[in-house]
Design a protein around this ligand. Structure first.
Ligand code: PBG
Ligand code: ZN
Length: 324
């Protein structure tokens, strides 16, 4: 059929028609809200994050209260990042059973029905800010695995539903799976940051949680942005090692990677709209160059690319608007 018999514009004639013909819809359960919980803040305190306008570092109680407020308007899941009082070479506060993440998880599991996901990494906890153990300024892969595993196990013991390793060491999914299983946590899920790129979009996050490396960069462990075949290999390895859910990060600059992984493996796939994506859109809106519609358009693009779950600092905005 050709013009004038076929007229595509008929499909867009009215708002009602456009609505019923939408190929993609965003739902509250698509969202995972990343939260920063800071150890040395007092009850009731929260600190505004200047590099991420509208986002906060919460004290334990304040964070749990915010999670409860969001649960009431439809949030199903949170991703917890901790900011410890003390850092050392080995990031030992990351696997302390009384650590900030462990305490937060316990309280969230007691007081909410939320699916609780924890970020498993060392960079907020190490004095050097790298995601692993350092020797002669090198990040040592195999030695790091034992630490990641201890961290993941401590999160599982606190009640985390899903542990999410973000370090990009080789073999970590396998090591964590084996350790969880022998300790009786065979029903704790692993969401692996399978394709995590060495991205400049993480800058506001590093400022927010004080995790910038004190020397060098993360390019020897995080992925090189031009590569997609490599992302598929990373994904395949993580599946073989036992990952339940894969993640691509960042999201909007890597929509092709989300789509490729989803199509190739048909595994639950999450995408992380990272701090820089959040802040750049926020800055455009605050400057008056963009409207808030950009938020929903960017989230929609991630869903349309194939993401089953979207980790985004815009989760509250989405839920508040959805309920209007
Ligand atoms: C660290 C980690 C990072 C993010 C999540 N976990 C940053 C990094 O790798 O330096 C980025 C999140 C964001 O920018 O929103 N393992
Ligand atoms: Zn890290």
């Amino acid at each position: 059929m050709q013009f004038p018999t076929t007229r595509m514009r008929r499909l867009r004639k009215s708002a009602q028609l456009r609505k019923i013909l939408s190929e993609t819809t965003l739902n509250p359960e698509d969202f995972i809200y990343p939260m920063f919980i800071k150890e040395n803040l007092k009850d009731g305190e929260k600190e505004h994050i200047d590099t991420m306008p509208g986002q906060y570092r919460f004290s334990l109680n304040e964070g749990v209260d915010e999670a409860k407020r969001l649960e009431k308007i439809g949030l199903s899941s949170v991703l917890i990042f901790g900011m410890p009082e003390n850092k050392d070479e080995a990031g030992s506060s990351a696997y302390d059973e009384k650590g900030i993440v462990q305490k937060t998880v316990r309280k969230l599991k007691e007081e909410t029905e939320l699916v609780v996901i924890t970020d498993v990494c060392m960079c907020q906890y190490t004095s050097h800010g790298h995601c692993g153990i350092i020797k002669d300024e090198k990040i040592i892969n195999d030695e790091t695995l034992e630490y990641l595993s201890k961290i993941a196990l401590s999160h599982a013991e606190a009640g985390a539903d899903i542990v999410a390793p973000s370090d990009m060491m080789d073999g970590r999914v396998d090591t964590i799976r084996v350790d969880l299983d022998i300790n009786g946590y065979d029903d704790t899920l692993i969401m692996s940051y399978a394709a995590k790129y060495a991205s400049a979009f993480y800058a506001p996050f590093r400022e927010a949680v004080c995790s910038a490396p004190s020397f060098g960069d993360r390019k020897t462990y995080q992925m090189n942005p031009p590569n997609i075949n490599e992302a598929l290999r990373e994904a395949e390895l993580d599946i073989i090692e036992g990952a339940d859910i894969l993640m691509v990060k960042p999201a909007i600059a890597y929509l092709d990677v989300i789509k490729a992984i989803k199509e190739e493996f048909r595994i639950p796939t999450a995408a992380y709209q990272v701090s820089g994506e959040y802040s750049m859109i926020k800055a455009g809106i605050e400057a008056g160059y963009l409207t808030e519609d950009v938020i929903f358009e960017s989230l929609m693009s991630i869903k349309r690319a194939g993401a089953d779950m979207i980790i985004s600092h815009y989760a509250p905005e989405f839920l508040e608007n959805y309920n209007k």
